[in-house]
Design a protein. Sequence first.
Length: 234
Amino acid sequence: MKILILRVVLLLALCTTALLSQAQTAPADSVAEQKLVQAVSADMCRQLELESKKRSLDNLSQEEAQQLFVRLFTKTATDNKELMRKIIAMGPAAQTYGQQLGRRVGIVMMQECPVSQPLFMRLGSAQVSKQQEVKPEEVAILKPIAAAMCQDLQPRTAELKKMTLEQRTQELIQAFQRNLKPYAKEISQLYGADIFLDQKRMETIGTKISLQMASQCPEVILLFADLNKAKVGK
């Protein structure tokens, strides 16, 4: 059960905008490239903070969130003379480079730009949702469980940040065990009496709970993603 819970949460975290899995195999950056990524990330974060003051970003659809990030990235790129010179000099290879740069920038923003995290989580959870249909009768049970998980862990965000990933994971496992127990009867009635003995089906349920958590407390889900492993060159 513990391994199952760990896999479920990491699955969701690693799906955020497909940034992590694609960046893990990227070659190491030069010092100049790292500085460029940091500069672009910082500028996009500033723009996103300004956007959040103009309107609430909490209710953006997946398409609207994607369009917003593309618009901000495009503006930042065109305003950065060094980056524009580099892109122009690349010719046909510029598109591929731009996609790779976007992923690198996204990873840095997820780590260093709090205002961006809910949007990235929404995009990531939307991708997982395409593969995991959640029926209305499931939402009626899973949403309260997700809310209980968020209420359990959210007040401890600052404390959890000080822990290692392994320590945080143990806290998460314990939270799942505490918050699933009160709903054991309802889960058995909906999914069958043998549900807790079926690892594959329990993993699916865990993923669906995590999807609900992603919309309610994205900052909690991000605590369990090892973003350092996704850093370019690591």
